[in-house]
Structures are given as structure tokens and as C-alpha cells.
Ligand binder design. Structure first.
Ligand SMILES: [Zn+2]
Length: 260
């Protein structure tokens, strides 16, 4: 009997050792699994994006598309409301010359570059741009709405109605219905229109046909597209377009915010 108890105890000790080793093995396996999972490189499935493990905090991380979501749709606004064109499309280009000294005044008359128009002008421009984009081009702006106070500034520099509209009467730029534009390719290369913006001379005239075919074709594409969307041109400036429906609007004088 004593012998039997002795054998049982021996087996019991052995069994306890095995169980203890198994527990260690389980803990070890769990650690190994966690480490392996941590080291494993996550490969994204097709069409899936992987978030960075650490969120990088960047100051002023306002996603433009989120800003756009907050913008009131044009169809909900009155046609005479002024809007910032860039809030409604990323498909335009801008070179707002009066916010620089690279203009015929050699003077910076805007505090910062912005392109505002009335809603009806914006709608027409968006449609014209969509049509142009289908052909591989897009609109590039030199000037849009111009506050009446800026018209006074310009008049003080060049008091000549041949080049600057009299501020007392105001221009269609002051009404938010005129834009100065050119065309660029979808990758941003400006088309040759024969002269720079604000070149005052015969070479900039629409009825000057003494120009290479490429230039005439470029001007024709711009003019025909703009006319198809409710704009009319003036004979002496290939870049200037007035929205017909904007002619009778009031001269405006709000100034855009330059804080952004
Ligand atoms: Zn103009």
C-alpha cells in the first residue's frame, strides 16, 4: 500500500510539472502572438486606405471639401448674392493681377487675391468651365468682382475712361457680372491669346484677324463658349466678359475678408 502511494505521488509530481510547463507555454505563446501581430505589415486591400498608426496633428487642418459642405448650394441663394467662386469649384485657375503689381497700373489695389461674383455669374461660369473641361481646357481668372472703392483707387492712378471705367458710374466688374479671363490646359498651361492681360492695343482686339491661326482659334473657343453661357464681349479686350443678365445690377462695394 505504501509502495502504491509512493508511485502515485511520483506520477502526481510529474503531472504537476507538465501542467506548470503547459501554463508557461501558453503564456509564452500569447506573448509571441502579440509580438508577431505587432510586427506584421498590414497590406491594404484593393481600394482600401490604411490610416496612419499615429495621428499627425497639423495646425489648420481644415479639409477643403469639408468647407465646401458647409457652403450654401448656389440653387438656394438669390441670383444677386455674392459668392466666392473657389468655394464652389476646384476646377478654375487664378492669377488675380490687381492683388499684385503685375498689372497696367503697376500697383497692388487689392489687399489679397479673391474672386467673387454674383450667384448668376458663378452659375454661368461653372457651366462654361464644365463645357471647356470636356474639351481639355479650363478658365483662368485675372479679375472678377471689383469693389467700387477699388475702382476709385484705379481711377486715381489712371483717370482715363479708355482704360479705367469712371467709378461714379461704375463698371460691370463693380456689379459682380464681369470677369477677365483666359484659357489654360487641364494641367495648367496657359493658351496663347496673342497678348498679355490688359494689353491696350489693336493686337488685343477681337476683330484683329491679323494673327496666327492658333491664337485666333484659342480666342474663338473662349468667346464662343462664353457667349453660349450668357456672356458678351467687348471689341477691344479679348479677356473681358460681361454677363448679360448682370448689366442692370447695382454697383457694389463690399470688400472680401483677407484673414484666411
Ligand atoms: Zn474687365
Amino acid at each position: 500500500m505504501i509502495q502504491m502511494i509512493g508511485v502515485f505521488c511520483q506520477y502526481f509530481d510529474l503531472l504537476r510539472d507538465i501542467m506548470a510547463n503547459l501554463a508557461y507555454l501558453r503564456i509564452f505563446s500569447a506573448f509571441a502572438f502579440i509580438i508577431l501581430m505587432g510586427c506584421k505589415e498590414v497590406t491594404p486591400k484593393k481600394g482600401e486606405t490604411i490610416k496612419p498608426k499615429q495621428q499627425v496633428v497639423v495646425k489648420d487642418t481644415v479639409v477643403p471639401s469639408m468647407l465646401k459642405e458647409k457652403v450654401t448650394p448656389l440653387k438656394l441663394l438669390a441670383d444677386t448674392t455674392f459668392v466666392r467662386l473657389a468655394d464652389y469649384s476646384d476646377d478654375f485657375m487664378y492669377d488675380l493681377r490687381y492683388a499684385t503689381t503685375n498689372n497696367f497700373l503697376k500697383s497692388k489695389v487689392y489687399d489679397c487675391p479673391e474672386c467673387y461674383t454674383r450667384v448668376k455669374t458663378a452659375k454661368a461660369l461653372l457651366q462654361a468651365n464644365n463645357e471647356l473641361m470636356a474639351k481639355g481646357f479650363k478658365i483662368k481668372f485675372y479679375d472678377c468682382y471689383r469693389p467700387n472703392s477699388v475702382q476709385y483707387k484705379m481711377w486715381a492712378i489712371v483717370p482715363n475712361p479708355q482704360y479705367v471705367a469712371n467709378p461714379v458710374k461704375g463698371s460691370i466688374h463693380n456689379k459682380g457680372g464681369a470677369v477677365d479671363i483666359t484659357l489654360a490646359t487641364l494641367d495648367g498651361k496657359e493658351l496663347d491669346m496673342g497678348t498679355d492681360f490688359d494689353f491696350f492695343g489693336k493686337r488685343a482686339y477681337h476683330d484683329n484677324y491679323d494673327l496666327p491661326k492658333e491664337i485666333l482659334d484659342n480666342r474663338k473657343l473662349l468667346k464662343e463658349t462664353m457667349e453660349a453661357h450668357g456672356f458678351w464681349s467687348i471689341r477691344t479686350e479679348w479677356w473681358h466678359y460681361n454677363l448679360s443678365a448682370g448689366t442692370n445690377d447695382k454697383v457694389a462695394n463690399f470688400k472680401w475678408d483677407c484673414k484666411n
